[in-house]
Ligand binder design. Structure first.
Ligand SMILES: C[S@@+](CC[C@H](N)C(=O)[O-])C[C@H]1O[C@@H](n2cnc3c(N)ncnc32)[C@H](O)[C@@H]1O
Length: 372
């Protein structure tokens, strides 16, 4: 490919000139040459080397690695692409090596072609599935496999989050990376509570799903000394147990201090509403997480008995509410805690931005003292 060779300090200036006149080729990048020179790729409409516009800079021919398509749609035939221009998927979600995409009715018949184009464009993807919405008691996604790189249709895969590998299976258990920042905030709360109590803490996560919150908490040296975890969905609990084994095996102590075994270390597969019926779960936890956003506030009363008595403890959860219900929900949280004998030291009830335009996705965090 023909290139304009320029002193490297003038690269930006010549690139601008070539772009303004549409002489720059987008099929290759800028190449570094010996002698402090750079080469800008030119297309066929750029004038010959002899033209005075080049100010005496030379043209050279370089073998280049063409950039190739940058979007999966570029692998679809032009005519077809234009015929359904408004219907092709505009976004997709990736969990590990599984890609999940919603396919509009109008292009459903091209599902396999779309998936092949995605596999061609995205080398890290093994399996492409159509998302057919949530279903069943545990509201997990129905996935329809469209194309696979290696013949395997297994949706179980691993996701890296905050340096931890998590086993996930989008067709069997809930997982979303959208709450990943919230997990860092949970870690900050846990550290603050650890500092306040002057000791390692016990965490309960009764709606743990596959257990992403525990990934960050257990990787912090000596922060956690025990846990009560669970989920109603047996498939989620299976993945949760795998993940906890993995996080526990990587647990580190602060330098020189040997690690105590985690105690309690329980994983339940049952309704969180019933946990407090077992007295061995009550009064055990310093921090309780409540992640069942459509019911978190109504489940609070059943979870408060898990907290330790006569000390500062924290209940932190997430709730989806109507915008107009903000004050009413905050009042319900306060009243629920008081009715169970808790004194609130500090309460925050703040919106987590970017989830929905119609409803509010809220995070509440109450620092409380439950009296005996
Ligand atoms: C929104 S997901 C949160 C999962 C996890 N905490 C996370 O952040 O990825 C809610 C989880 O609660 C579970 N669940 C629903 N109802 C439950 C109940 N009554 N008791 C315990 N778990 C429940 C679901 O199976 C699901 O895994």
């Amino acid at each position: 490919m023909r290139h304009l060779s320029v002193p490297s300090a003038q690269t930006q200036q010549w690139l601008e000139i070539c772009r303004t006149h549409n002489w720059h080729s987008k099929e290759a990048g800028i190449s570094r040459l010996e002698g402090g020179l750079n080469a800008i790729p030119l297309n066929d409409s750029a004038p010959n080397e002899s033209d005075s516009v080049w100010g005496g800079n030379k043209h050279i021919v370089l073998e280049v690695q063409l950039k190739g398509p940058t979007h999966w749609l570029e692998h679809i035939e032009q005519e077809l692409k234009e015929a359904y221009i408004d219907d092709w998927p505009r976004s997709y979600e990736v969990q590990g090596d599984v890609l999940i995409v919603k396919i509009e009715e109008a292009v459903w018949d091209f599902g396999e072609m779309i998936a092949d184009a995605m596999l061609t464009q995205l080398p890290s993807i093994r399996l492409v599935c159509a998302d057919q919405g949530v279903h069943g008691e545990f509201r997990v996604r129905k996935l329809h496999p469209l194309a696979t790189r290696d013949g395997s249709l297994d949706t179980k895969t691993r996701v890296k989050e905050h340096g931890n590998l998590l086993w996930v299976d989008p067709s069997k258990a809930y997982f979303s990376s959208r709450l990943s920042n919230q997990r860092i905030e949970t870690l900050a709360t846990a550290k603050r509570l650890h500092k306040r109590l002057g000791r390692s803490i016990v965490v309960a996560d009764p709606y743990a799903g596959i257990g992403p919150s525990m990934g960050v908490l257990l990787s912090e040296p000596a922060l956690i000394c025990g846990y009560l975890l669970g989920d109603l969905n047996p498939d989620a609990v299976e993945l949760l147990a795998l993940n906890i084994d993995y996080f526990s095996s990587r647990r580190k102590g602060t330098e020189g201090v040997p690690l105590q075994p985690l105690q309690p270390a329980k994983i339940h597969c049952k309704d969180a509403f019933e946990w407090a019926e077992d007295s061995s779960n009550c009064g055990q936890c310093d921090l309780v997480l409540v992640n069942l956003p459509h019911q978190s506030i109504s489940h609070l009363a059943a979870l408060l008995p898990l907290l330790r008595r006569d000390q500062t403890s924290v209940i932190r959860g997430w709730a989806i509410i109507e915008r107009s219900q903000h004050e009413e929900c905050e009042r319900t949280i306060v009243e629920t805690i008081s009715s169970k004998g808790g004194t609130i030291e500090e309460l925050s009830f703040t919106e987590v931005k970017g989830f929905s335009t119609t409803k509010s996705f809220m995070c509440f965090e109450a620092w409380i003292n439950m009296s005996t």
